[in-house]
Design a protein around this ligand. Structure first.
Ligand code: 26V
Length: 799
């Protein structure tokens, strides 16, 4: 590889810009962004070809990660960093009089995901390439990503995210690798002379899946893996027979393009939308064609050997149609019999579950499945019948559970059941989550297939979330324990030798303060709110959901406000509460909570009696690049879901890695964080998951009693009912009490407030706080996605 110097870098940029008749000194930051991308793309292309060649000749087993979402974030800085060119580029830009950050900000986040599930997929791709595994992502190139959120008058409004309005420099369209997908039509069965059946399809709707490949760069190792995103296009050009026919065809084409038109923004409730099912089949059918073509071209062995060379991870149930689709291809196109096809298929797929929220569990009406995918429906039916028969005959102890286990039941196809039956591995994403799958959600299946179940606790890429997002902190860590931690993040534990190293703690303090000052500037520029960078930055950033309990956090803010109003001399450590969250557009309650946070913010921030001791900030349009700005500046990370509801969480890991302390419930990966840092270095509160389940079962919890007996709660709730913050919050009051507070906000309130008081006291002892912060950083190495990916690779994928 070339040795880059700032001078060489600049001169290359100069010639790239010249080709477009732009003088380097006069280039806009957008032009600079494109020029740098193009420069680095040349480097990428060479390595991409080499990696592909190596995979072609060595024929290692390949992993394919199928996911409806990939939230990859900005790639320019990432790719420069991975090629060890970031410092050179920064220096070159500065010398030319540019602000490097402004150039990186020209890049738009491809918002091709909702939240945790999509971001996890992106961290995994990063780790796969860093660890030199042959693993690739397959997804959809939505023309509209997740909506852009604007807060107008305190309310969330959604704007379309047309992220492709200017060219995306990292994708390569590969029209010659486009494949055809068929929907609908009818299935004809014919019996051949040897008695076997063949299936043919008639009057199907044909759609072209055109791949756009995005390179995934390994960290300083020249590996380039592929994220392939499919785009839907009409299979044939518009003809012009006559005018009505012409318009009819145009309309049809438009409908086809809709398949990759937009990302569904509701990750909280499954709606069973026709178009969503079309999207899922689109992803699955296109990806399998490519996977099988590569196998046949590279491996050239019998299909029975497929599971030795190919493993497919399905990210939640969304791509689980891949299972019947694989059966269809093996039987109808490759003429294998059922048993052999099933043997191959069920040894190729592994399924990850990401949620136990029953509203989000996918099921499709039989009528929809049957009409859109008639042949797949036949196959699912057959899988179901064989499965049920197997239980009936071979597992009599489960006979009475059959209707809860059947893949097709009460008019629906239950996707999680299909995914479990058709996979050789089923995993949860944190220890508690996997435990809950085994003992509750998928209990019957666990009894049937105990060996299939396993845990893979989530992780995050420390390259993006520490080295790139917080370079000063990374530098100090390296100065303290050398740079080995970068390749082996577990070695961050060497920091534990320094918990009383005063000069180091002072440096941590300085860095956190700089990061907070930077965020404070951003807050001022974007919201006009002035925040004190010496206050505690208390942060909750994640999708807005009732179970994540942003409302509990808000209740705490209101409580503190009420206290200060009553006693202006109250001695509290100044706090800045920072929220960022998108609500699903149709999730009324979640949107009310956003409005409440913004209303409380404007009351609190403008009340002179508060004397700036409290500030509340809602940052709009939470996405990967905003997360990168916030996370290095966090003092206190809010991970306060109702115990048992958050499968893992990954924001918790990102903030821990950046030295934040956590206030959290014993839920998801918080539990594993606690085990590492010990109870002295994390602030735990609230009900535990078994207590929550017990309350659900016995019905013994009475939210109303707490309302009657706790004056602080009564005051807050009455303020909501009586319009203290405006009249639109009555609904929150009524919903909480009439549904008996299903997320235990009132129940956990007292412990939460008390824990916050403890935090306030702890923060006053700066050195003690800083050494806790260091302990958290030191143990965060376990949450590198490199660890997670190694676990998947050795115990599931066998790469
Ligand atoms: C569901 C649906 C339903 C219909 C339409 C679109 C859509 C999109 C996503 C989902 C499922 C979301 C599940 C999810 O994001 N789970 C999160 O996964 C994280 C990574 O494993 C984990 O850290 C979070 O705890 C978990 O909530």
């Amino acid at each position: 590889m070339k040795k880059w110097t700032p001078a060489l870098f600049s001169s290359q940029l100069e010639s790239i810009l010249k080709e477009h008749e732009i003088e380097i000194k006069e280039a806009s930051s957008k032009e600079m962004y494109y020029a740098i991308s193009s420069l680095i793309s040349q480097e990428i292309e060479r390595n991409w070809k080499k990696t592909e060649k190596r995979y072609h000749s060595k024929r290692p087993k390949q992993l394919y990660y199928l996911s409806m979402e990939f939230l990859i974030g900005g790639l320019l800085k990432n790719n420069l960093f991975h090629y060890d060119m970031l410092d050179t580029c920064n220096q070159a830009m500065t010398e030319l009089g540019f602000d490097p950050d402004q150039i990186y900000q020209e890049e738009r986040d491809p918002g091709l995901g909702n939240g945790g599930l999509g971001r996890l997929a992106a961290c995994f791709l990063d780790s796969l390439a860093a660890l030199q595994y042959p693993g690739h992502g397959y997804g959809i190139r939505y023309r509209y990503g997740l909506f852009e959120q604007r807060i107008i008058n305190g309310y969330q409004t959604e704007l379309p995210d047309y992220w492709l309005d200017s060219p995306y420099p990292w994708e390569i369209r590969k029209i010659d690798e486009a494949v055809e997908i068929e929907y609908g039509g009818s299935v004809h069965m014919q019996q051949a002379e040897d008695g076997s059946f063949t299936f043919s399809y008639h009057n199907t709707d044909k759609v072209l899946a055109v791949p756009y490949d995005v390179p995934i760069i390994g960290f300083q190792n020249k590996v380039v893996n592929t994220l392939r995103l499919w785009s839907a296009e009409p299979a044939d050009a518009v003809q012009q027979p006559d005018e009505t026919e012409y318009y009819h065809q145009l309309e049809h084409h438009h409908a086809i393009e809709q398949i990759s038109g937009f990302l569904y923004p509701d990750d909280s409730s499954e709606e069973g939308k026709w178009l969503r099912l079309k999207q899922q089949y689109f992803l699955v059918a296109a990806s399998l064609q490519k996977i099988l073509k590569d196998y046949q071209e590279n491996v050239r062995k019998s299909l029975s050997k497929l599971p030795d060379k190919v493993v497919i991870q399905i990210n939640d149930t969304h791509p689980s149609l891949a299972i019947p689709e694989m059966m269809r291809i093996l039987m109808d196109e490759e003429s294998l019999g059922w048993d052999e096809a099933w043997q191959i298929t069920s040894n190729m797929f592994a399924y990850t579950n990401h949620t136990i929220m029953s509203e989000a569990l996918e099921k499709w009406p039989v009528t929809v499945m049957h009409q859109l995918l008639p042949r797949l429906y036949m196959i699912i039916n057959e899988i179901n019948e064989r499965f049920c028969r197997d239980i009936w005959e071979g597992h009599t102890e489960l006979r009475e559970r059959i209707s809860e286990m059947a893949i097709i039941a009460d008019g629906y196809v239950h996707m999680a059941r299909l995914a479990v039956v058709g996979s050789f591995s089923v995993n949860g994403v944190a220890k508690l989550h996997t435990q809950i799958l085994k003992t509750q959600e998928l209990k019957d299946f666990y009894q049937l297939y105990p060996k299939r179940f396993n845990n893979k606790t989530n992780g995050i890429t420390h390259r993006r979330w520490l080295l790139m997002a917080n370079p000063r902190l990374a530098e100090v860590i390296t100065e303290t324990i050398s740079s080995h931690w970068i390749k082996r993040p577990r070695e961050l534990t060497h920091l534990l030798r320094h918990i009383n190293d005063k000069p180091l703690l002072d440096q941590l303090d300085i860095i956190k303060n700089e990061n907070k000052q930077k965020l404070a500037d951003y807050i001022q520029q974007t919201t006009g709110i002035l925040v004190d960078h010496q206050s505690i930055f208390d942060v909750q950033i994640k999708r807005l959901h009732e179970y994540k309990r942003q409302l509990l956090n808000t209740f705490h803010v209101i409580y503190l406000y009420n206290e200060l109003k009553e006693n202006p001399l109250l001695d509290i450590t100044p706090r800045t509460f920072i929220f960022a969250a998108k609500a699903a557009p149709s999730y009324y309650f979640a949107k009310e909570v956003i409005k409440l946070i913004n209303t409380v913010a404007s009351v609190v921030n403008h009340d002179p009696a508060i004397k700036g001791k409290l500030k509340v900030v809602f940052l709009e349009n939470y996405n990967v690049s905003l997360a990168e700005k916030i996370i290095p500046a966090v003092d206190l990370s809010e991970q306060i879901s109702t115990a048992g509801k958050e499968a893992s969480g990954t924001g918790n890991m990102k903030m821990m890695m950046n030295g934040a302390l956590t206030i959290g419930t014993l839920d998801g990966a918080n539990i594993e964080m606690k085990q590492l840092v010990s109870e002295a270095n994390i602030f735990l509160f609230g009900l535990q998951s078994d207590e929550v389940f017990q309350y659900y079962q016995t019905g013994e919890y009475q939210a109303n009693e707490l309302y009657q007996t706790d004056d602080r709660l009564a005051k807050i709730l009455d303020q909501l009912r009586d319009g203290y913050f405006g009249h639109e919050f009555k609904d929150i009051y009524y919903q909480l009490l009439s549904t008996n507070d299903p997320y235990f906000i009132l129940k956990d309130f007292d412990d939460y407030v008390e824990t916050h008081q403890h935090i306030d006291q702890t923060y006053r002892n700066k050195d003690s706080w800083l050494s806790k912060s260091l302990v958290n950083i030191a143990h965060s190495g376990k949450f590198s996605s490199d660890r997670t990916i190694r676990e998947y690779a050795t115990s599931i994928w066998k790469l």
